[in-house]
Ligand binder design. Sequence first.
Ligand code: 5GP
Ligand code: ZN
Length: 113
Amino acid sequence: MSDCLFCKIVNGDIPASKLYEDDDVIAFWDIAPQAPKHFLVIPKKHISGLNKAEEADQQLLGKLMTVAARLAKEEGIGDNFRTVVNTGEEAGQTVFHIHMHILGGRSMQWPPG
Ligand code: 5GP
Ligand code: ZN
């Protein structure tokens, strides 16, 4: 997707501070962190949101979770972190390439706003 911000990060057209990359996923620090540690894990494949994910994406989406947990551990927040996937504008999604937020390093409130 040539007009997708996160596809541009995947392709290296826009720089990002990366924590991790493999053939399937990349993880990078959020540009506007909402917690002392706030990074995103995304598939390299363009999927616009969780509402557009298909059965065939199951393994890839599962990988987002296991990579997120491993990186959280490496960043020292492995036992206390929040994972968020915003789906749709009203739920706070602003970038329409599926991504998982990982936030940690502070106490969290529930429910989120
Ligand atoms: P959403 O609001 O879609 O759930 O999350 C999008 C996230 O992407 C936001 O937390 C926002 O700060 C982050 N973001 C937007 N543009 C960029 C960028 O160019 N680089 C990085 N690293 N993060 C970005
Ligand atoms: Zn994309």
